[in-house]
Design a binder for this molecule. Structure first.
Ligand code: PGA
Length: 244
């Protein structure tokens, strides 16, 4: 098994700063970097820090930017859509080129076709240089819930009840939508570098299962264990129990 790089930091703030530094490093080094980015609570601090770095001169203008997932059934301008999230947290503050910003269209009528189109867009961009991810309490990555085959590609999926409840905070306390389009574990695994972020005690069990348990599709994040360039960046509360 290829050893993963484990970066344990003190707290959420340090995790966010380090994650932003790794993203910034890619943006500076690659002539045309391709990033695959997460939403949710975990990366908010990373995006805040990236905005600060942009104010200090970091440019996004040559980057091609994809997101991992989007809810099905929400118009793109819906405030709880991930398109709105990315605009609010990152894109309206930086110099990203709108022609190079991609998210699945959750309002598409034919969601299978939309997922295939999105997968093809990633391929046409030359694949992903760096994928940044969070982890669900059930071990999901993107919206790939337990049971997802490791080789699955971008497709429409049904969300677990626990995921819909965890994300109810974005829907005024109502469960999040039932379905989403997500980039698959196969597509994530093909990224040249993968950075998994985890913060807080509620993630500790999922992190331990993903990193030290069996490699199984019941824990989608365990798929990353065989990746040649995989870093877990976790705070003590989420990753402190790992044997390292
Ligand atoms: P969170 O979600 O960052 O909102 O905890 C992570 C995930 O479900 O992938």
């Amino acid at each position: 098994m290829i050893p993963l790089e484990l970066r344990l930091v003190e707290d959420y703030e340090s995790m966010s700063r380090e994650a932003a530094d790794l993203v910034a490093d890619r943006l500076r080094r690659e002539p045309e970097p391709v990033l695959l980015l997460p939403t949710g609570g975990t990366p908010l601090g990373m995006y805040r820090r990236l905005v600060e770095l942009h104010e200090g001169g970091l440019s996004f203008s040559r980057a091609t930017l994809f997101n991992l997932d989007e809810y099905i059934g929400l118009p793109p301008q819906h405030p709880s859509s991930y398109r709105a999230y990315m605009h609010r947290e990152l894109y309206r503050h930086v110099d990203a080129d709108p022609r190079r910003v991609h998210l699945p269209d959750g309002s598409a009528v034919d969601t299978e076709a939309e997922a295939a189109r999105y997968e093809a867009e990633i391929e046409a961009a030359g694949g992903v240089d760096l994928c940044v991810l969070g982890i669900g309490r059930n071990g999901h990555i993107g919206f790939n819930e337990p049971g997802t085959p490791f080789d699955a590609r971008t497709r429409p999926v049904r969300l677990d009840g626990s995921t819909r409840r965890a994300n109810a905070r974005d829907f005024g306390g109502e469960d999040a939508p039932e379905k989403a389009i997500t980039v698959g574990p196969g597509t994530i695994f093909d990224a040249r570098e993968v950075l998994l972020l985890a913060s807080g005690e509620p993630k500790a069990a999922a992190v331990a299962a993903a990193l030290e348990g069996r490699v199984t599709q019941d824990v989608p994040a365990s798929a990353l264990r065989g990746h040649p360039r995989f870093t877990l960046l976790a705070d003590r509360a989420a990753g402190g129990g790992l044997s390292g």
